[in-house]
Design a protein around this ligand. Structure first.
Ligand code: AMP
Length: 472
């Protein structure tokens, strides 16, 4: 007896609407792409990969603009049994070089539209290549605190389990319309938002990025919006964002960074709707969520999804969050030692986030174990930025911290011992760092505060500069 294929493409496409003319992507210019177009694009993409000699398990890299064709490529990669490697288009050449050397993709695509146009000349692949649940589906890089990025290996089984759990937990159906303004090189846009829409056969209002005008225009037609907290603060800053405009939306979801209780309250006051906050990470996609029907509490990330085991220090005690469950990744690409370090003997993944579970079972996240900065929903690891700054001629030493920022949640601040001027240091750092990672402010000091062991006391720096972006 042969095992049933667990290919994620088959699981998703089995739920595509019977009417293949139903739109999948509603584009800004008024055009639409149907589910039939999507399936056909994926079939040709898979056909082209096969024709180019890509074998099951090979990596296929993509780094480019958000487009429906990039999704055709993603689905084609799954269909061909290969593994998708999405990379942030903001990476510099030096950063990309590291990922390509590490992941060794067999094919690397930058212009998905052109690549798919060309693929249409190849014979489409009819049947998806059979895959087992633990075969690699996507390799997604998370930044490393040590400066080395780690490739989280997510399997077909990991992604299917999470997609099906979210589809059920958030009550998705074919009547939904998903407003999709997230990037697709990250789990939030690529898995959470996309898979929920695809499993529902629902159209997506497909925006290249969050733009005030396009989101305002799209909202009256949407039933679900997924966003990072910054999306919600940006909406609240717009007087045109009213209860009337949000009336058709049944669910506003937030994640990737903490949603401030003040944002939750302001949003409720403006629209009458309570944002549903959830918690996830590249290594496990979504872990906990506030309930669809029960009470959504500001400041809590809700309950573990069905099948997810979550523990902290103990009952109602703060500790590092550890998780086990069907969506938890298999490990880091070509880093068996790092992988072993981050799993407990009984198979729980040590998330590095600190939190507690209250007696009701709700999870509250209190911080990050390793000083991670989240700016605009993206992770910034201070050590990587310090590494770049310390290389500059004008910089003797640096300490990078995250400071509350009204737009980005946190803004990157570099406290340095050195010469030169602020703008010059930022400009030099930008040469090797994506914009979201580069310091927004540089502060010159005579010395850095240190503890008895000689370690820089970042807590003190964070306190000292806490109101840098939020004076008064
Ligand atoms: P990433 O791997 O880029 O998705 O980042 C994952 C990290 O984002 C988690 O480990 C958390 O530190 C943080 N995160 C995600 N969602 C939330 C949330 N709702 N509240 C607080 N932190 C979050």
């Amino acid at each position: 007896m042969t095992a049933v294929s667990a290919n994620l493409y088959e699981i998703l496409s089995a739920r595509f609407p019977a009417d293949s003319a139903k739109p999948g992507f509603l584009l800004s210019d008024g055009a639409a792409l149907s589910y039939g177009d999507l399936a056909e694009g994926a079939a040709h993409a898979a056909g082209r990969l096969k024709a180019e000699g890509v074998r099951p398990g090979d990596r296929v890299g993509w780094c480019g603009a958000k487009s429906p064709e990039a999704i055709m490529l993603y689905l084609g990669v799954l269909k061909a049994g290969a593994a998708f490697l999405p990379l942030n288009a903001a990476y510099t050449a030096a950063e990309l070089d590291y990922f390509i050397t590490d992941a060794e993709p067999a094919v690397f695509v930058t212009d998905a539209a052109a690549w798919i146009a060309e693929a249409r000349r190849c014979a489409p692949m009819v049947e998806a290549v059979p895959r087992q649940a633990d075969d690699l589906a996507v390799l997604i890089y998370t930044s490393g605190t040590t400066g080395r990025s780690k490739g989280a290996m997510l399997s077909h089984g990991n992604l299917a389990a999470n997609a099906l759990a979210l589809h059920a937990a958030w009550g998705f159906s074919e009547t939904d319309v998903v407003l999709h303004a997230l990037p697709i090189f990250h789990v939030h846009g690529l898995f959470v938002a996309l898979h929920c829409a695809l499993l529902s056969g629902a159209p997506m209002i497909w925006l290249p990025k969050f733009s005030d005008a396009e989101v305002l225009a799209g909202l009256p037609r949407a039933t679900v919006m997924m966003g990072v907290p910054t999306f919600y603060t940006r909406l609240l800053a717009l007087p045109e964002f009213t209860a009337e405009r949000a009336r058709n939306v049944r669910l506003f979801i937030s994640g990737s960074a903490p949603l401030l209780p003040s944002t939750f309250a302001e949003f409720e006051a403006r629209t009458g709707q309570r944002i549903l906050e959830r918690y996830g990470m590249s290594e496990a996609v979504i872990i906990t969520t506030n309930p669809l029907d029960g009470e959504r509490l500001p400041g809590s990330v809700g309950y573990p999804l069905p099948g997810v085991e979550l523990r902290t220090g103990g009952d109602d005690e703060v500790g590092v969050i550890e998780i086990r469950g069907p969506s938890v990744f298999a490990g880091y690409w070509r880093m068996p030692e790092k992988t072993a370090e981050e799993f407990t003997a009984d198979g729980f993944f040590i998330t590095g986030d600190v939190g507690r579970r209250d007696p009701d079972g709700r999870v509250w996240i209190s911080g990050r174990a390793k000083d991670l900065i989240i700016s605009g929903g993206y992770n910034v690891y201070p050590k990587e930025i310090e590494g770049v700054l310390d290389e500059l001629e004008d910089v003797e030493e640096s300490a990078v911290i995250g400071v509350a920022h009204p737009d980005f949640g946190e803004g990157v601040v570099a406290v340095i011992i050195g010469r030169g001027d602020e703008a010059g240091i930022i400009a030099q750092a930008r040469k090797s760092l994506a914009a979201y990672k580069a310091p927004k402010r540089v502060i010159f000091v005579g010395e850095l505060p240190r503890n008895a062991m000689g370690k820089v006391e970042k807590k003190k720096l964070r306190e000292q500069y806490a109101t840098l972006f939020t004076p008064g």
